[in-house]
Design a protein around this ligand. Structure first.
Ligand code: C5P
Length: 301
């Protein structure tokens, strides 16, 4: 062994994202169904002197991510050392290879955070279980607990209370990555300004049945995202992309989380291959990527 612990962490799409009125703490109550999909960041860690967390990032969008103490991976390693380890002894060199789009609505930062928690728990041989890691992760970001568990799950509270749901698969998605970012807080602010809050937060039974039975046509009918309207308000060019995706063969298209990534559901793998070629040639997005879901959450390789 070369001393590195390697963890792979997946991105996500929200199949249903219902958002309530803003709370006094600035967060919004959610009822969401997450699905982890096969676009991954790889997080490698090895021992460093106590309290030191040097971080390097590679990938097309690496320049968009801070590598200092603001990075969620560094915060995760530091918090884990403080709560379950020994900050005098435990440090970690962290390397991240990013494929999940940055500020793209796919919880890439949360995946890095979850991956680092898991990797450092292994590296330092800590006595900590998944539920405890999820609790720590939830303090750092609302999507971090889901990034640990992966698969398909309902998220409530701020999105950080996770309940697994049965899902057959694979479902075939084509992701369209944008050449710009959307800030999640800005999308939530636009949501508030548009007065769109859903009062009765819930998950449709039809969606859960579609997942359980693997019925892609029924799933397509139940995709919903309360953050789509504010995301389209801030980035109207996505309307054209969503329309094009449907015209080019998607069963449905939706903004992923707070965007700007759009996720298109295809009826089959063959349809996804066709759709990704057509969308890629459309000139309406930076890149396309074919993925499947559900896939596992953060895991040691
Ligand atoms: O928890 P996280 O840092 O990922 O959230 C980023 C921002 O998204 C929050 O600061 C908040 O503005 C917004 N947010 C929200 N309600 C949620 C989750 C996130 O308003 N349930």
């Amino acid at each position: 062994m070369d001393g590195w612990v390697r963890v792979r962490a997946a991105g996500k799409v929200n199949l249903s994202l219902r958002v309530g009125p803003v709370r006094p703490d600035g967060y919004h109550p959610l009822a969401t169904v997450f699905q982890a999909v096969s676009v991954y960041d790889d997080i490698h860690v090895r021992m460093a002197p106590g309290g030191e967390f040097p971080l390097s990032i590679e990938g097309e969008q690496a320049h968009l991510v801070p590598t200092d103490g603001r990075n969620l991976a560094v915060k995760a390693a530091r918090l884990l050392a403080e709560e379950y380890g020994d900050p005098e002894v435990h440090g970690a060199e962290i390397r991240i290879r990013k494929c999940i789009p940055v500020t793209g609505g796919m919880a890439g930062g949360s995946a890095d955070c979850a991956g680092t928690l898991l990797a450092c728990a292994y590296l330092w041989d800590l006595d900590v279980d998944m539920a405890e890691l999820a609790e720590l992760g939830g303090r750092l970001g609302a999507d971090v607990p889901f990034a640990l568990y992966g698969q398909s799950a309902i998220g409530t509270g701020r999105g950080d209370h996770i309940m697994p749901v049965l899902s057959r698969g694979p479902f075939h998605w084509v992701l369209a990555f944008a050449d710009f970012e959307l800030s999640t807080p800005a999308v939530f602010r636009a949501f508030d300004e548009l007065g769109l809050a859903t009062e009765e937060l819930g998950i449709s039974q039809g969606l859960l049945e579609a997942l359980a039975s693997g019925d892609v046509h029924a799933l397509a009918e139940h995709l919903v995202n309360d953050l789509q309207a504010p995301a389209l308000e801030l980035a109207p060019q996505l309307k054209k992309l969503l329309k094009a995706g449907k015209k080019l063969g998607a069963l449905a298209g939706i903004v992923s989380g707070s965007g700007p990534t759009c996720a298109f559901l295809a009826a089959s793998e063959a349809d996804a291959i066709d759709l990704s070629a057509r969308l890629g040639a459309s000139g309406l997005c930076r890149a396309v990527r074919r993925v499947t879901g559900p896939v596992p959450g953060a895991r040691v390789l």
